[in-house]
Design a protein. Structure first.
Length: 137
């Protein structure tokens, strides 16, 4: 079994899409190991996305991710990391495969509804990030 970090971003929470998104995750056989509604501070968002620090979208992304509450989940399943990436679709909702969460619920390349870890290493780092947040909340 493998674990991955999943975030339902502030745009989806504001649009009341939590239930729709979670239903799709459960239908794909993921077990929800952890689930928490959290509002990141700007500093926490900057830390979470630090791999993108040099990118032009980094500051607007961090502002967006700290603009409202998000749902943070640890999900478990066989091949969880790759399978979840398939279920959510590519980063840009306009290019995401039909039926994926990002294609279904639209948004922009920045406000793209959800986040999922992209590798074993980032899953470990991102789950550790969430555990630190939970320990201090
Ligand atoms: P996510 O899967 O959370 O990983 C990094 C995030 O940066 C991505 O989803 C988008 O929210 C954002 N992002 C990636 N590329 C761009 C881009 N070209 N313009 C704006 N935001 C982007």
């Amino acid at each position: 079994m493998e674990q991955t970090l999943f975030i339902i971003k502030p745009d989806a929470v504001k649009r009341n899409l939590i239930g729709e998104v979670i239903k799709r995750i459960e239908n794909e056989g993921f077990e929800i190991i952890e689930l928490k509604l959290l509002k990141l501070t700007l500093h926490q968002a900057q830390e979470f996305y630090k791999v993108h620090k040099s990118k032009p979208f980094y500051e607007p992304l961090c502002k967006f991710m700290s603009s409202g509450k998000s749902i943070f989940c640890v999900l478990e399943r066989e091949d969880a990391i790759a399978h979840l990436r398939k279920v959510i679709g590519v980063t840009d909702p306009q290019k995401a495969e039909k039926g994926t969460i990002r294609a279904l619920f639209g948004g922009s390349i920045q406000e793209n509804i959800v986040h999922a870890s992209d590798s074993k290493q980032s899953a470990e780092q991102e789950i550790a990030f969430l555990k630190t947040l939970l320990a201090s909340s």
